[in-house]
Design a protein around this ligand. Structure first.
Ligand code: PEP
Ligand code: MG
Length: 573
């Protein structure tokens, strides 16, 4: 039986089925004479010790970011609010395991309701850590599978994934979950093929013995027959050959087969992402989403803190690999409680990004000062980019902020970068129509296809019910890109794309064909984009772009790009 869901982590495997269900409330472990409070505290300490040991294992394997997820869970285990809530319930019920589960569930419910995918993703972590403490309290252990298996579950705690012996984890298929949940992030980092959001999975797989999983396609086959197994094996051999070819190209600059350069750079959220980006052969950073430095804390990072973060990234990439630092894109789905912004009916259409300059000017000035000082300290010229530019007045505003930040550094005798390369994001439709005038004012454009698609199609990017409108290969979006490229070419400035489309091989072909100079994507996508480009000529992608512009729906554009991608697939060996 064939099932499909959302791609969670690429990779192909055929292995035994292993159903995982979270242990239900186990028998309360022997209480002895210690109080409920002491038992909960001891369980929290034990959970921290276990998580720290797991994190150390991940760090030793070079998975720093993933280790950070488990260390953050360790902090949650000792959170006084979580423990306090569990203690109150446990004192009444006498069942600390059930109490910590309930407290975890309540805390997760609050986080999940926050309109911010990053905060909401933490809900799974709180559940995970509460579940671990409940297991410790009730003496329940999860018995791992005894042969390499595809884990089938409603959801899997990220820490459990880190705990199961790696050689037994052939794949992961979840009925729930999303591609941005921590277990999917961990699966990607550990190289475990994963498919998430597979509706009806658990009912369909009740008696399944074998599973073939294709993470990149978001597909699985339960109890595959001979021909289905052979087809999956052939795809696996093809993917392995592709991975080898991509690895051989790492370190080369992005270019088509006939040598047209397309710079391949990384999107990062902070200094912790730098090692992965460098290891992936990024030729710089096309988008440093600095708002992540401001999220999940009770006050804005100081100028000194920001200076250290920006300087670290600039130094790591050095003068030959430009780093584009984006001013904090706060607002929309990334709210900051400490900014005290008025509640809005439509936050994506509200006081977001550069518009913060009206109410929180000092926040952006501090950031610009930190960036300029970081450039001076690192001895490189920082590239700074303003998000959500909609009018020429916004450019004036950005220009004024830059000048004021530089003047204030001079007034205080602080070393400032002598020059900043400054550019803007083109992600609001108004900027597309003003591209000619905007291009004469700024140093570069970077097209944010995520927001440009949301705003052109009037489809909230966080609403899964509108998934069919979120594909940035919509011809309307591509025609906007073509218009922006033409305006940039006329003014002699470069155009990058830093939305998700840049990391999608089909998108990369079309965008490069439209004349985009730089593609900025998650480090994990760079290998595959580099390889894809290396196998086509500039004439082929220009023809593809012309046909894509004439198409009338995204599916047709994908099919056209698919013809080139399939043609260049490495034959199975
Ligand atoms: C975009 O909108 O495409 C973009 C890259 O910015 P963000 O996803 O951070 O809004
Ligand atoms: Mg955006």
């Amino acid at each position: 039986m064939r099932l499909s869901g959302t791609p969670g982590a690429p990779g192909i495997a055929v292995a035994a089925a292993w159903r995982y269900a979270p242990p239900t409330a186990g028998a309360a472990a022997v209480a002895g004479d210690i109080s409920t409070r002491e038992r909960l505290e001891a369980a929290a300490d034990e959970a921290v010790a276990q998580l720290d040991a797991l994190a150390a294992g991940l760090r030793a394997a070079g998975l720093d970011e993933e280790a950070g997820i488990l260390e953050a869970q360790g902090l949650m285990a000792t959170d006084p609010a979580l423990l306090g809530e569990a203690m109150r319930t446990a004192e009444l019920s006498g069942d600390p395991a059930a109490a910590i589960r309930a407290a975890g569930e309540a805390a997760a419910g609050i986080l999940a309701a926050v309109d911010d995918p990053i905060v909401a993703a933490r809900a799974a972590d709180v559940r995970d850590v509460a579940e671990r403490m409940a297991r410790i309290l009730s003496g329940t252990v999860v018995r791992p599978p005894d042969e390499p298996s595809v884990v089938l579950a409603e959801d899997v705690p990220a820490s459990l994934l880190a705990e199961l012996p790696r050689h037994l984890l052939a794949g992961l298929a979840l009925e729930g979950g999303t591609a941005t949940a921590h277990c999917a992030i961990l699966a990607r980092a550990m190289g475990i093929p994963a498919v998430v959001g597979v509706r009806g999975l658990l009912a369909a797989a009740e008696h399944a013995r074998q599973v073939a999983i294709d993470g990149a396609r978001g597909e699985l086959v339960l109890d595959p027959d001979e021909s289905e197994t052979a087809a999956v094996e052939a795809r696996r051999a093809e993917a392995a050959a592709r991975d080898r070819a991509a690895a051989a190209l790492r370190g080369c600059a992005g270019a088509t087969a006939d040598g047209r350069a397309v710079r391949l750079v990384a999107n990062i959220g902070g200094p912790a992402d730098v090692p992965r980006a460098l290891a992936a052969g990024a030729e710089g950073v096309g988008l440093f989403r600095t708002e992540f430095l401001f999220l999940g804390r009770s006050r804005a990072p100081s100028e000194e803190e920001q200076l250290a973060a920006y300087r670290g990234v600039l130094e790591a990439f050095g003068p030959g690999r430009p780093v584009v630092i984006r001013l904090a894109d706060i607002g929309g789905d990334k709210a900051l409680p400490y900014l005290d912004l008025a509640p809005e009916q439509n936050p994506f259409l509200g006081v977001r990004a550069i518009r913060l300059a009206y109410s929180s000017r000092e926040l952006l000035l501090t950031q610009l000062r930190a960036i300029s000082r970081a450039g001076a300290a690192a001895g490189v010229t920082p590239h700074v980019m303003a998000p959500m530019i909609a009018t020429l007045a916004d450019v004036d505003l950005f220009d004024g902020l830059r000048a004021e930040a530089q003047a204030s550094l001079e007034a205080h005798g602080l070393a400032a970068s002598p020059a900043l390369v400054w550019g803007i994001m083109v992600e609001v439709p108004a900027a597309v129509f003003l591209a000619t005038e905007l291009a004469r004012r700024v140093g570069f454009f970077s097209i944010g296809t995520n927001d440009l698609t949301q705003y052109l199609l009037a489809a909230d990017r966080t609403n899964p019910a509108l998934a069919h409108l979120h594909d940035a290969l919509q011809p309307a979006v591509l025609r906007a890109v073509a218009q922006v490229v033409a305006a940039a070419d006329a003014a002699g400035i470069e155009v990058a794309v830093c939305g998700e489309l840049a990391g999608d091989p089909a998108g990369a072909l079309v965008l490069a064909g439209l004349g985009v100079d730089e593609l900025s994507a998650d480090a994990g996508s760079l290998d595959s984009v580099r390889l894809t480009l290396s196998r086509v000529t500039s004439a082929e992608i220009e023809t593809l772009a012309g046909r894509a512009l004439a198409a009338t729906d995204a599916a047709r554009v994908r099919a056209l790009a698919g013809e080139l991608l399939e043609r260049d697939a490495t034959p199975a060996r």
